[in-house]
Design a protein around this ligand. Structure first.
Ligand SMILES: Cc1cc2nc3c(=O)[nH]c(=O)nc-3n(C[C@H](O)[C@H](O)[C@H](O)COP(=O)(O)O)c2cc1C
Length: 175
């Protein structure tokens, strides 16, 4: 089974997760989305992305729309907690795109990823002071401090498990 792990990553969080996923599947090809690998050359496609304003980043969104009639799974890193409604909304939006392309979805995985401090600084300067992203509440501080520890070894191990399970499912076997 020809497997592709394709990813988009600005600050390497998602890249690390993609590497862990790819290393769990023998012979998997690991490619950045910028190389635009042809989905039709593969039987199983794992798409990894970073969350941008509640959605897959723009390059990934374009790529997801090109995947048609495949066995697919996806993973993402985000600043929010992985068990948040926000993370669930990202999952649902991504499933929606893949379903539209007639793909069979074989699971998803997500973990936090440290948020670029330059972004936080930009937000503070650009947004009106009463905007939630312009303020540093205790809750937000704690969330960003937790994100700064990810992806960690446990996340990478879970990403590898997710990739193995997707492959087994694609082969029609139980994980
Ligand atoms: C422009 C921008 C927008 C972001 N938007 C969100 C968001 O809507 N929700 C969220 O949870 N994290 C958001 N983040 C945080 C990133 O998704 C997170 O840090 C991710 O791990 C970055 O992955 P990367 O290192 O692979 O680029 C945003 C980051 C940037 C730079």
């Amino acid at each position: 089974m020809k497997t592709l792990v394709v990813y988009s990553s600005l600050t390497n969080n998602t890249k690390k997760v993609a590497e862990a996923a790819a290393s769990a599947i023998e012979g998997a090809e690991l490619r950045p989305v910028s190389e635009d690998p042809n989905p039709n050359d593969f039987d199983l496609i794992l798409v990894g992305f970073w969350v941008d304003k509640g959605l897959p980043d723009a390059a990934t969104k374009v790529y997801l729309e090109k995947i048609k009639g495949k066995k697919a799974a996806f993973f993402f890193t985000l600043g929010a907690y992985p068990d948040s409604d926000h993370a669930d909304d990202v999952r649902l939006a991504t499933e929606e795109i893949l379903k539209k392309g007639g793909n069979e979805i074989l699971g998803s995985f997500r973990c936090q990823g440290k948020v670029d401090p330059a972004l936080l600084e930009r937000m503070k300067k650009m947004l009106p002071p009463d905007h939630p992203h312009a303020q540093m509440t205790e809750e937000r501080k704690a969330r960003l401090a937790e994100a700064a520890k990810h992806p960690n070894e446990e996340d990478l191990a879970k990403a590898a498990d997710f990739a193995r399970a997707a492959r087994l499912q694609a082969l029609g076997e139980k994980a």
